[in-house]
Write a protein that binds this ligand. Structure first.
Ligand code: ARG
Length: 282
């Protein structure tokens, strides 16, 4: 696979549905609509392709409804992927499928050591800002797992504790845009984490409760383009003011599982969010 342009892994929602309840958004009595989910997923896929991304697809597997959320497959760093170790057994069957895909596509797969404190849910909880890894922990991933990975990579890690069950993955409440900017929902973090984020992100875009619940922080960043669920007008305005171009696309069917744009994608070529600014100022 050539990674000379933004490359994003997705998985079609053929077997997507609400089959279990592992976060407060999920309710088996509030089922997703298969046809609508398919349409929304395809629209996201088309948008990313139109914005210049290469989008390889994983083959969906019956019985693994959350496999669509490829952000949780692992954390990609160069040609290495740190595979997830899911908290809940309902999702643990995804890892062998992810591993097979990565191996077939030339990645080196690393599995976390056995033992307590080693749960890890991939790019859902681990996001780079420059060379620093921001690591969400407590609800799904464990802090020791994050430390272990950061040591393997040889990077600085800032563990941030998540305290709101609705924002159970870091990518539901934090989205780096560049080395100094990020979309952020502070109430999802404990006080210490809020302070760490304040100190390291110079220019945050803070989202209010209502848009956080529309998954405003769960955006896909492609240079100056930011793809996000519909219903986040304030975020869109703030992005425009800073020179970004927001693209809203409806993803309600996936919010029923607690996911949106970012969760449905996994960047395979490194999330070099600030590159376009450097390119235009050079
Ligand atoms: N139903 C899935 C779960 O609870 C949703 C995962 C969303 N993924 C993400 N990166 N936030 O695990």
């Amino acid at each position: 696979m050539s990674l000379d342009r933004p490359t994003i892994l997705m998985c079609p929602p053929d077997f997507y549905g609400i089959e279990y309840e592992i976060n407060p958004w999920m309710s088996r009595s509030h089922q997703s609509d298969t046809a609508r989910a398919g349409e929304q997923w395809r629209a996201l896929h088309e948008l990313l392709v139109a914005l210049g991304a290469d989008v390889p697809l994983m083959t969906p597997v019956k019985g693994l409804p959350d496999l669509v959320f490829t952000a949780n497959a692992g954390l990609v760093h160069g040609a290495t992927v740190y595979l997830s170790r899911f908290r809940y057994s309902a999702r643990q069957g995804e890892t062998p499928v992810d591993e097979a895909w990565f191996t077939a596509h030339g990645f080196r797969c690393v599995t976390l050591p056995e033992g307590d404190g080693m749960d890890f849910e991939g790019a859902g909880d681990a996001l780079f800002v420059g060379d620093t890894l921001f690591a969400g922990y407590l609800i799904r991933s464990d802090a020791p797992a994050m430390q272990w990975i950061a040591e393997e990579i040889g990077c600085r890690v800032i563990p941030v504790q998540l305290v709101d069950e609705r924002y159970y993955h870091l990518d539901t409440c934090f989205c780096p845009l560049s080395e100094t900017e990020a979309i952020l929902y502070p109430p999802a973090f404990d006080e210490y984490a809020r302070k760490a984020l304040r100190e390291s992100i110079e220019h945050p875009i803070i989202v209010a409760d209502e848009e956080a619940a529309r998954f405003a922080c769960n955006a896909v960043v492609l240079g100056e383009h930011v793809v996000v669920n519909t219903g986040c007008p304030v975020l869109e305005r703030n992005l425009r003011e800073r020179g970004y171009e927001p693209h809203a696309t409806p993803l309600d069917e996936f919010i029923k599982a607690g996911g949106s744009a970012k969760c449905l994608t996994l960047r395979l070529d490194g999330e070099d969010a600030a590159a376009w600014r450097n390119a235009t100022t050079k």
